[in-house]
Write a protein that binds this ligand. Structure first.
Ligand code: SAH
Length: 226
């Protein structure tokens, strides 16, 4: 089978953007977002035996039961955040580090939390190898956010929670945006865009039905949340 090229992938991402416009409200992805997708070598974030699929518009397994997101979804979530060069951003679910690498091209600083130790370690190593200096990876449970660097201009969550962890909305700046898939594993989840206005009120809308791996909570944070 012929391997798909980056240019073919970019074409598919743009086409899927057009097709989902009715749901997402996004006419076309901004050049900055498409450039970031084009710039980051997705093949390096994919396990060796799946490298031939790196530029397919599909999620892929990265081990530990986790996945690297579909490129279209990475572009969509990035676009929804409306990233600015001065932004400080929080990601929950670093996984392979691919989404972090894409966002890192568009913001000032990105803090990303990953619960699976091996994934956190590999993501940090790869981002470092690529010379990406404005991302910090921490191993831990993201349901507590990352209070030391809060508040954030935007927050991106790449695992589906049953509901939005309240700590995360607390760590969002007034005027900030959060993109998060909400729903139960195995059921249709909804990608939500949540905006916090200047008075701190939250407004959310559903963007698209999606399928993400579950947001897990370790024992300690489950007890705190109860
Ligand atoms: N952004 C990733 C997608 C990874 S899939 C990429 O580009 O590759 C979602 C990730 O969220 C998984 O690696 C999973 O281990 C992680 N995750 C799930 N629950 C979490 C939690 N409570 N805190 C931090 N990471 C979590």
């Amino acid at each position: 089978m012929k391997q798909q090229t980056l240019n073919e992938l970019l074409k598919q991402i743009k086409e899927e953007c057009r097709l989902t416009k009715g749901h997402t409200g996004i006419d076309r992805f901004s050049p900055a977002v498409l450039n970031a997708i084009a710039y980051v070598p997705r093949n390096l974030f994919v396990p060796q035996h799946l490298r031939h699929l790196s530029y397919e518009n599909t999620p892929l397994p990265i081990g530990q039961g986790q996945t690297i997101s579909q490129p279209f979804i990475v572009a969509l979530m990035t676009e929804l955040l409306q990233p600015c060069p001065s932004d400080t951003v929080l990601e929950i679910g670093a996984g392979s580090g691919y989404q972090a690498a894409v966002l890192s091209q568009l913001v000032n600083r990105l803090y990303t939390v990953e619960i699976v130790p091996d994934l956190a370690k590999n993501a940090a190593k790869l981002l470092n190898t690529l010379g990406i200096k404005n991302v910090e990876v921490r191993q831990g449970d993201g349901s507590m956010g990352w209070p030391e660097h809060a508040p954030y201009d935007s927050i991106i969550v790449t695992a589906a929670a049953a509901e939005i962890p309240p700590v995360l909305t607390e760590q969002l700046k007034p005027g900030g945006r959060m993109v998060i898939p909400v729903g139960y594993p195995g059921q249709t989840q909804q990608l939500l865009l949540v905006k916090k206005d200047q008075s701190g009120n939250l407004n959310g809308r559903t963007v698209l039905p999606v399928a993400f791996v579950p947001f897990v909570m370790d024992g300690a944070s489950r007890k705190k949340a109860a």
